[in-house]
Design a protein around this ligand. Structure first.
Ligand code: AGP
Length: 615
């Protein structure tokens, strides 16, 4: 996923854009660039590496002009070189473009343009698009009825197959800019005598919170301080203006060394936000207003399929345990990338629930659209208001986690688990869950923020443990029942933050092969947080790996008789519905400290992006 930003107003554009790109850096950080227009001349500065490399270049070469476009890249087409860095320019030098997405038919467009005499300096799909715009502009007659600039962009996009969020400027059109979107988020920010375009509101909330979320196949034509929105079919669109409630503080570090640590420590507050206003004490249930389903419709569901990717997929696995145990509804969990092509048998009593922090993950969006195409109702659990998934789902639940800037999902994950627990409670109380059991769950959820805080207080203890394991090359995470998805999530966190090879398994599975991996340089972290007999069985698995030379870290409820281990992290005893959330905190902190000890870029891990918006 890349980040685009654009500015048109009265301030120097380059400085505005560099700051915007810094706030978008979590989306991609292979390279970055800015282009401005001043007195009919396009100026450009691009740099491979992080935004700070671009900012250093801009200090030495400030770009003039009060309008411009910027881009931070996560490479899809073309290697990470300055030539492939956006903005890209048309061969005739008239147009500059920034693009988030993939032009799937770029090869045929390049071939067509080559036959018209165009040649290319980069390997990117985006350069094909900007030259297609130049081609149409050259052929478009100047006439009073249709705007030549808008028409050339519109006609070009009609040829494009794929996803795009773009901003385009033309040296012959001062104080004008065109933005357009299809599947890649694009938001218009409306300031005082200045306008912004971006992939994420976080990039301009220091300037304005008055926004318009563009929809697929819409173009916005900015002229001076006004704008008009139309569709690819030239229909006028009434702008729906909204106020963003995210404050800029949320996208600042606020004294933390990294966004990942800040967001780990924000979890008590994020969980309070996820719960706020959603518990009904007098009927011992939850009330999730956005479901858009009546009690009768919810009772009529006899199968739930969860779909997601990555960490959100791990959240689905925990949700499966909650809903099957509390509401007794059969649940299946699917990788979105698999479900979208599997043509699973579905019927009208099936409910699809997608989980996505960004609300823009392309496979999750596609899985949702496939189910809807077959007449299946889809609910979304997401963190991003106005995201494609939020807008296209039939109903849903916002996480209210606040912006999650670190590439590794932390507070969003535990909020997703909390919302899954609330959903299980609401569904359960519509079926056979007793009032007393419902009140127990409510009591457990209310204690959650304080319990999470008590585990966060162990951060230095967990850091000391990480110091003893920082040089390991492999690691295994084990858990049973609802601890198994947390083992998977802990392994994923360690992989993506410290680049250590890590795998999660159901503890009992070790004997079926993976135990062959056990050796002193392959430690085992075991989540032994279950009750009674499951706990004892997990202890047996721990002793099996210890007997074969593994060092062990155990996460367990305070006071559990865990026997011999190298290291232990205690968590407060809690209800089955909140234990998975509590057990997550230590594995997040462990991954963070391991990444720091190994000198990794914990907020911007190599090869990763915050949201995967391309296949
Ligand atoms: C999580 O740490 C990863 N960054 C990644 O697996 C992420 O969870 C996945 O890409 C799904 O993203 P989404 O929740 O925005 O859909």
């Amino acid at each position: 996923m890349c980040g685009i930003a654009a500015y048109l107003g009265w301030q120097q554009a380059a400085a505005i854009l560099a700051d915007a790109l810094r706030r978008l850096e979590y989306r991609g950080y292979d390279s970055a660039g800015v282009a401005t227009l001043n007195n009919g001349e396009l100026h450009c500065c691009r740099a491979v590496g992080t935004i700070s490399a671009l900012q250093k270049k801009l200090i030495g070469k400030p770009l003039p002009g009060t309008m411009g476009i910027g881009h931070t890249r996560w490479a899809t087409h073309g290697s990470v070189t300055e030539l492939n860095t956006h903005p890209h320019f048309s061969m005739d030098g008239k147009f500059a473009i920034v693009h988030n997405g993939v032009v799937e038919n770029f090869a045929s467009i390049r071939e067509f343009l080559s036959l018209q005499g165009y040649n290319f300096y980069s390997e990117t799909d985006t350069e094909a698009l900007v030259n297609l715009i130049a081609y149409h502009y050259a052929k478009e007659p100047e006439n009073a009825t249709k705007d030549r600039f808008l028409e050339s962009v519109r006609k070009s996009l009609l040829h494009v197959r794929g996803a795009y969020g773009i901003a385009v400027i033309c040296c012959e059109r001062p104080m004008e800019m065109i933005g357009a979107r299809n599947s890649s988020q694009l938001i218009l920010g409306i300031g005082k005598d200045e306008l912004f375009l971006s992939s994420d509101v976080a990039s301009f909330t220091t300037h304005t919170r008055d926004v318009v979320f563009l929809n697929d196949n819409e173009l916005v034509h900015i002229k001076n301080d006004s704008f008009a929105i139309t569709t690819l079919n030239m229909e006028e669109v009434a702008a729906v203006r909204q106020q963003v409630d995210w404050d800029t503080v949320a996208v600042e570090l606020n004294g933390y060394p990294h966004f990942m640590l800040k967001e780990i420590f924000e979890q008590p507050h994020a969980l309070e936000n996820a719960i706020r206003g959603r518990i009904e004490n007098d009927t011992a249930t939850a009330h999730l207003g956005g479901l858009q389903m009546t009690a009768h419709e919810l009772r009529g569901i006899n199968r739930i399929i969860f779909c997601a990717c990555g960490t959100a997929w791990c959240a689905c696995l925990v949700a499966e345990y909650f809903i099957e145990k509390i509401a007794r509804i059969p649940v299946e969990v699917e990788y979105a990338s698999e479900f979208r092509y599997r043509n699973a048998p579905l019927d009208q009593k099936t409910l699809l629930i997608v989980i996505s922090q960004s609300g823009e993950t392309v496979d999750t969006l596609a899985a949702m659209r496939e189910a809807q195409r077959r007449g299946i109702r889809v609910l979304a659990i997401t963190n991003c208001v106005g995201s494609a998934i939020a807008r296209e789902a039939n109903g849903g639940i916002y996480q209210h986690s606040g912006p999650e800037i670190g590439v590794a999902s932390t507070k969003a994950f535990t909020s997703q688990l909390c919302i899954a627990a609330l959903l299980a409670l609401q569904l359960g109380r519509l079926r056979d869950l007793s009032e007393a059991d419902g009140m127990e769950i409510i009591g457990a959820l209310k204690q959650l923020p304080a319990q999470v805080k008590s585990i966060l207080d162990q951060s230095s203890h967990i850091q000391a443990i990480a110091e003893r394991y920082q040089s390991c090359t492999d690691m295994i995470f084990l858990g049973r029942q609802s601890m198994f998805p947390i083992a998977l999530e802990g392994a994923l966190k360690l992989k993506e933050i410290s680049y250590i090879h890590a795998e999660g398994y159901p503890a009992a599975e070790m004997k079926h092969g993976p135990i062959a991996l056990i050796a002193p340089q392959c430690p085992v972290l075991c989540l032994a947080c279950n009750e009674e007999n499951i706990f004892e069985k997990t202890l047996s698995n721990i002793q099996e790996v210890r007997a074969r030379g593994a060092r062990t870290i155990i996460i367990a409820r305070e006071g559990s008789p865990i026997g011999v281990t190298d290291d232990v992290i205690w968590i407060p005893p809690a209800h089955d519905v909140t234990i998975p959330i509590l057990a997550t905190i230590p594995v997040q902190l462990f991954a963070y400290h391991m990444g720091i000890l190994r000198g990794c870029s914990v907020d911007k891990p190599r090869h990763l992006a915050k949201s995967v918006t391309v296949e």
